[in-house]
Design a protein around this ligand. Structure first.
Ligand SMILES: O=C(O)Cc1cc(O)ccc1O
Ligand SMILES: [Fe+2]
Length: 440
């Protein structure tokens, strides 16, 4: 867990959303280049959803216009649209990049083998599911170690979500990009990814909480412009497109953006900075109180395509309260993962809920504390307790029914047998009604 002052953030197994920026950093750190302009220390701008501008060379960003007849320093202007041109102003996301060679300069994309591991075919099943920690295979880079576990919908219709896990033991081949992930000191990496087939994450409304708490806008970090200048080597660009990989070649680095301005950019957020709040009186508030980011469905206010929710270290002080999450059936689907440590309310059963594992409680599937957690929480002395020290569990909560890929169900061989029986099969009938008056 990072202390707020720690920099860089300390999660080696970054949960998802933020991986783009990690790759950006690694690229800066390790790529051998002949001519480059990158900061000695990683530098960031901060905020959330702000229109930003940054230039690695003073004067590289045109002033007062996007498309001058000739861009400064012989750069090309390239616009990246993250929303329809005509999306409402508050949600419109686009960026003007000023780069050495436009991204269009590449050979045609050819299919590349990726088997089924990125296919968006989902088996919908009502059972509660839990996975042992996923393997990190030997001798794989980030692209090869990427698998869809679960999800919903169809990327071709831009409607749905996909949940991935990844594990890698080596850096990506030199001069290959999709994103670019290099390992620091050859340490293996693993993590979870949530992909939206449409839309973008926003900070949740705070309502009566007020103008601070949860994830504060100032803690989101956006890289300043940095580039490499290499128009000689051959690069392979990997394109993940509707469930399969394609590759193309180009004679220049894709990491060549010298300046940019706009609202469509990668950012990172250190979960250790989350300002967790909870009850200071009684009862267990809904986990929506722990939402870092939300992607709204727009169909129904407050109903998310995906909420990214975390369970950081926190104090539990509720009086006369069953403190863990209660038994629950949810019309939203809950996919959980554990970055490190342990999670309140789960643990028993073959293997338990372990870091780098996962669980899925699909739409309306019953779940809650296992027998052991129920006994403990029903009988513990209700003094203030700090829970989750050294832990970080998270949940992707979605209004969609979330299915499991063939890989997630069978090929990964991590689904725990007997999860539901072992967790809840032993719950006893504790009902002790008062003696009824005798009736004729
Ligand atoms: O553990 C879970 O299932 C997630 C969860 C957490 C919580 O605090 C309340 C409800 C809930 O579903
Ligand atoms: Fe739940």
């Amino acid at each position: 867990m990072a202390h707020p002052a720690d920099d860089p953030p300390c999660f080696p197994q970054l949960p998802t959303l933020l991986y783009q920026v990690v790759t950006f950093q690694e690229q800066q750190e390790t790529m051998p280049v002949t001519n480059f302009r990158i900061p000695e220390r990683y530098e960031y701008q901060t905020g959330f959803a702000a229109n930003l501008e940054t230039e690695a060379i003073k004067g590289a960003l045109p002033i007062g216009q996007n498309s001058p007849q000739k861009c400064p320093y012989g750069l090309y202007a390239e616009k990246i649209s993250g929303t329809a041109f005509t999306a409402p102003r508050w949600e419109n996301q686009q960026t003007w990049a000023y780069r050495i060679i436009p991204s269009a300069a590449h050979s045609s994309f050819e299919p590349a083998p990726s088997g089924n591991r990125l296919k968006t075919k989902f088996n919908q099943i009502p059972n509660q599911l839990r996975w042992d920690p996923f393997d990190i295979n030997a001798d794989v880079d980030w692209i090869e170690g990427l698998h869809i576990v679960a999800g919903s919908g169809d990327p071709a219709l831009k409607n749905g979500i996909a949940y991935y896990i990844y594990g890698a033991t080596k850096s990506m081949n030199e001069k290959t990009a999709m994103y670019r992930v290099n390992l620091v000191n050859d340490e293996p990496i693993r993590g979870y990814i949530l992909e939206l087939f449409n839309g973008h994450f926003q900070l949740p409304e705070l309502g009566p909480i007020g103008s601070n708490c949860l994830a504060n806008a100032r803690d989101f970090q956006i890289p300043v412009a940095a580039y490499t200048h290499d128009s000689k080597s051959t690069w392979t660009v990997v394109n993940k497109f509707c469930g399969q990989l394609f590759t193309s070649k180009q004679g220049h680095t894709p990491f060549d953006v010298v300046a940019w301005e706009g609202r469509y950019y990668p950012y990172k957020y250190d979960l250790g900075r989350f300002n967790t709040i909870g009850t200071i009186s009684y009862d267990h508030p809904d986990p929506s109180l722990n939402t870092v980011l939300t992607a709204n469905s727009n169909a129904h206010p407050g109903t998310a395509i995906a909420d990214f929710v975390i369970f950081p270290p926190r104090w539990l002080v509720g009086e006369d309260t069953f403190r863990p999450p209660s038994y629950h059936r949810n019309c939203m689907s809950e996919f959980m993962g554990l970055i490190e440590g342990s999670y309140i309310a789960k643990g028993a059963g073959s293997g338990g809920f372990q870091a780098a594992g996962a669980s899925l409680h699909n739409c309306m599937s019953s779940h809650g504390p296992d027998v052991e957690a129920f006994d403990k929480a029903s009988n513990q002395e209700l003094v203030p307790v700090k829970v989750g020290t050294g832990s970080m569990a998270f949940m992707f909560e979605s209004c969609y029914m979330v299915g499991v890929t063939d890989w997630g169900l069978k090929m990964c061989q991590k689904v725990q047998k007997g999860y539901s029986e072992e967790s809840w099969g032993g719950l006893k009938d504790l009902f002790t009604p008062p003696e009824l008056p005798f009736r004729e």
